[in-house]
Structure formats: C-alpha cells, structure tokens
Write a protein that binds this ligand. Structure first.
Ligand code: PLP
Length: 390
C-alpha cells in the first residue's frame, strides 16, 4: 500500500466517459446567462446571434483541425450515437442507387451494431465481419466481403472495450477499390491515435466530446465534401447544418467540444505518453497475480484501456468486491445485463472467461498512486473470492 492513499472511489472508467477538463468547463460557462453570449447562433438579425455563431464556427474549426478536415465538413450532433445513426442510415438511404449492401463488424459499438440491424429490417443487407483475437479487422478480410453493390463500410478506429486499433487507412483504401464509402467511429480515438481524414481517406467519421474531456450530449459527424458524400437527414426542422441535422445548436456544448478537441490536439500525445507508464505499471502488477489474463494486447491497441479476465472469479462478484474502484465489465450500455460482453465473445474469448472479465481505463487525471492502490484492492478481492469457503 502507498502511504498517500488516493481518495475513493478511484475512477478507472475513462472509456465510459471522461470528466470535463476544468479549462473546457471555463469556456462553456461563457455562453449561458443573460450577460453572456447566450443567443441563438441561428439568429441572423442581431449582433448577439452573430457572436454566438462565431463561437460555434470557432469550435467547428477546432474540431475540424483535430482530424485535418475542412470546417464545412463538420455536422454537429448530440453525440457519437447520433453521428453513427446519421452516418449509416443517412448514407444508406441517400445512396440506394449505389447499392443496398453494408459491411461492418460484430464488435462495433452498439450505436453501429443496432443501427445496422435496423437497416437490415428496412431491407438493406449487412455483412458482419468477425475480428481476430486481437480485435482487428484485416484489409484482406474486408476485401473478401466487398461486392459490386456495397455502398458503405463501417469499421471503428479504436474499440471501446479492448482498445484495439484498426488500420483505418488500409481499410478505407480497400473499400474505395470497390467504390464503397468508408465510415469510422472514432469516439475513442481522438487524442489517442493520429486522425487525419485526408491521409486516411475517411469519408464519414463519428466523434464525441465526452470521451475527450468535453461535455456529454454533443458530438459531430465528419462528412467529406470532395468528392461529395451525401447523407439524408434523420432529424428534420429548420434546415440547420446544411440540411443534415436540424435543431438549435447548443452553443455552450459546442464551444466545450471545440476547446476539448483543441486541448486533445495539443496535449493528447503527452497524455498518452504518461498513460503508457500507467499501463506498464498496471500490467506488470497484474502479471504477479495468478490467473489474470489480458483480453487486450499492447500491440495495435491504445494503452488507456486494459481488459482483463480473472480466471475462476465471477466478474460481477469481483465488481461488487471492488466497490472502491469505478470500473466496468464492458461498455457502460451493457453493464445492467449479466450477459457477458458481446465484444469479448466476438473475439473468441470463452464464455466463462468473458464472465470473469473487467475493463479498466485510464486518463489525463489518473495517478501512479491510484494504479498502485487499485492493484492492491484487486489482489485482495481476487484472493478473497478464490479462497475456499466450504
Ligand atoms: C461512447 C461511444 C459512442 C457513443 O457516444 P455518445 O457520444 O455517448 O453517444 C459511440 N461509439 C464509441 C466507440 C464510443 O466509445
């Protein structure tokens, strides 16, 4: 145990959401009250509206810069879930003439999986690729699934349960060989891996603020302009966002996302370097524990997510025993169910081992002392649960 014990619970669930950086919160507070820039950014008839619009456009540039896009290619949404819905449904409906076939994978975030299933019931056809044990889809695998009528390929940049990184540039290239467009869910990727929609030839990219130290409830879809990628709106109204997504823009949320992405662009590399150290410390600690098996691998994965199976220990029971750690059995969306993670099953982890698995994820504010304390708690809990009781 360390002498300076960290305050409890220790937050190790950064992949579920990150806290808002204080510098981001400070920016957000400028757009709310009567003496501030609270006006509707779509109000063209007065200066207060223009000033709010300026804040929105500055944020649009900050988000665009983080992925090397043109600001005009950024469409604000309520988060990555909506961006995924707009990318898949909006693109497939707008491009029926191109074909009705969509290719994705079994371990995508539910926002993609469930949208693809909804498209199947709408008459579109989906091919579900199964990743290897490393959680990645290979370009060769994708090539085998592509057809003349494939309109869209959707494969995530970084998996939210495993941290596994897809080679989106290679995958996009293969999709384009077949004339299909390429979408990637990059919610977990911002600030963790290099994102460049030009170099990586991405046509549609989903983004979320709250995985990158911004606020919950705001995100964006990158929609490439040259060549022009068309998506049909899912939300109709005042024709905001060039007709792709209506609704009054939440200036404070958007300004927060802009600041968060600007910080990620400046500091993401430094964050990740520090997190590499945390990863090493944590994994070395786990290695001294009997029966702790990594479900995620350092090669081709981000260091901020560690998915571990504890052989012979029930994950739910372990989670209960680890009340002083804020962690999860997988994605936050599934933590209410006792079904093992579909992502772990999807990469071929045995059911029993999947049931014994926990996801730990680190971030900007995680400290060495928290890792050490977490390891001590895990060791104690695992030994307690394994101890013969009869
Ligand atoms: C969190 C997450 C989402 C959902 O984003 P929201 O902004 O919460 O809607 C989608 N995809 C991935 C990979 C995520 O990690």
């Amino acid at each position: 145990m360390t002498t300076t014990a960290p305050s409890l619970p220790i937050y190790l669930d950064y992949a579920a959401t990150t806290p808002v950086d204080a510098r981001v919160a400070e920016v957000m507070q400028r757009y709310l009250t009567v003496d501030q820039l609270f006006a509707n950014p779509a109000s063209r008839s007065h200066m207060l509206g223009w000033q709010a619009e300026q804040a929105v456009e500055q944020a649009r540039r900050q988000v665009a810069d983080a992925i090397n896009a043109d600001p005009r290619e950024i469409v604000w949404t309520s988060g990555a879930t909506e961006a995924d819905n707009l990318a898949l449904t909006g693109f497939m409906r707008a491009n029926r003439a191109r074909g009705l076939h969509l290719v994705t994978s079994t371990i995508e975030h539910k926002a993609v999986v469930d949208t693809a299933k909804a498209l199947e019931s709408e008459g579109f056809e989906v091919t579900w690729l199964t990743p290897g044990p490393d959680g990645r889809i290979t370009p060769e695998q994708l090539r085998g699934a592509l057809r003349d009528d494939t309109a869209l390929v959707s494969l995530m940049a970084v998996n939210n349960e495993l941290g596994s990184i897809n080679d989106i540039e290679a995958l996009a290239r293969v999709a384009h060989e077949f004339g299909a467009a390429f979408h990637t869910d990059a919610a977990q990727a911002v600030g963790r891996i290099a994102l460049d929609v030009v170099a990586q030839q991405v046509d549609l990219m989903s983004l979320s603020a709250h995985k990158a130290y911004g606020p919950k409830g705001v995100g964006a879809l990158f929609v490439k302009r040259h060549p022009d990628i068309r998506v049909e709106a899912l939300i109709h109204g005042g024709g905001h966002e060039r007709g792709m997504r209506s609704g009054t823009l939440p200036t404070h949320q958007i300004a927060g996302m802009g600041e968060a992405f600007a910080l990620m662009q400046r500091e993401g590399g430094t964050d990740q370097a520090a997190i590499e150290g945390l990863y090493k410390r944590f994994v070395e600690g786990l290695a001294t524990l009997d029966g702790a098996v990594l479900n995620s691998f350092a090669d081709h994965a981000v260091p901020n997510i560690v998915n571990v199976a504890f052989k012979g220990v029930d994950g739910e029971a372990l989670l209960m025993a680890l009340r002083d750690l804020a962690i999860s059995t997988g994605s936050a969306c599934n933590s209410a169910s006792v079904e093992p993670s579909y992502v772990l099953l999807g990469i071929g982890v045995e059911r029993e081992l999947a049931h014994s698995s926990l996801r730990f994820s680190f971030g900007r504010f995680t400290r060495d002392t928290e890792i050490d304390h977490a390891l001590a708690l895990i060791r104690h809990a695992v030994q307690g649960l394994r101890a013969p009781t009869r």
